[in-house]
Design a protein around this ligand. Sequence first.
Ligand code: KG4
Ligand code: ZN
Length: 344
Amino acid sequence: MRVLGIESSCDETGAAVVDETGFVWADVVASQVREHAPYGGVVPELASRAHMRNLVPVLEQALDELDGGLDAVDAVAVTRGPGLVGALLVGVQAAKALAFARGLPLVGVNHLDGHLLAVFLRRTESVERPPFPYVALLVSGGHTSLYEVRSFLDTELLSSTRDDAAGEAFDKVAKLLGLGYPGGPVVDRLAALGDPHAIELPLPMNRKGSLDFSFSGLKTAVAQHLHRRGVPTSEAGLADLCASFQRVVVESLVSKSLEACRQRACRHLVLTGGVAANRGLRERASEAALALGVRLWVPPVASCTDNAAMIAYAGLKRLEAGMEDDMTMNTFSRDPGFRRGRIL
Ligand code: KG4
Ligand code: ZN
């Protein structure tokens, strides 16, 4: 079975085709970073308009990459939420139109399920996959949460951020430092050049046993530091700040992820979401996991950041379980599973 996935929940327009082995036959992503960069963050109306412009070319390119094109597609999966409703509607309407015109099954996917299952995508011939259950840290611009993933369809939310997502904190600190948008990659690059202990910053939500995250206090601490000392003018000064900030974010993410593994007696930890591209996070997580006998799984960056292949795969798993949607399917802006329990 080959499933066409469509993703348009935020600022990336994606189309991809995946089969039941997780093999990615086509994967196209059009980023809107340039549209939103002047505003230092995603502007919802601009995002919807860019999806309108980009979706058909992205779909055409993905289908061009697939032998047989649309004739080789057996079902259509689409992100229904969480995300920006105007943006989601563009993808959902396109998916409905394609499914209706071709008489194909249609399935709506929770974007977060896509991220949690992205570790099963195969972009090369062979790839090892984690066994169930695994603990997953989903860390992106919009989400910072821990889950226990027990099967393709049974996922429990263990904790979330109480305020900003980690990626949002990277973006806001980069904005304070005048480093542009999105901030994660540039802070990551500068952090590698700096001293992570140069500036003392508070470790958020440091209560023993707590799995909850919080990053807005840390961002405020950086803002206060800059207010007292001014924005560093040298690259070395910027690098020290980035390294110190990143160290604290990474420490919080890694310690809570491993605490979740301990609480759930689970020996497999998956990192996913755009911030999982962070080199500091990957390094620290692999050292800390090794020391505790936990195996770390980090998908390639193309699978961690927003993409439609993960949506196609999560949709395929729903279809295999007989879960199909119809033309009344709607979008949702917030994750309905924002409580302990199974997510949609
Ligand atoms: O998953 P993603 O592509 O989109 C969603 O938010 O769903 O994640 C984007 C976020 C942005 O906040 C970006 O700054 C952050 O991921 N990011 C990084 C890195 N690359 C992307 N954060 C830290 N280090 C990176 N290397
Ligand atoms: Zn995402």
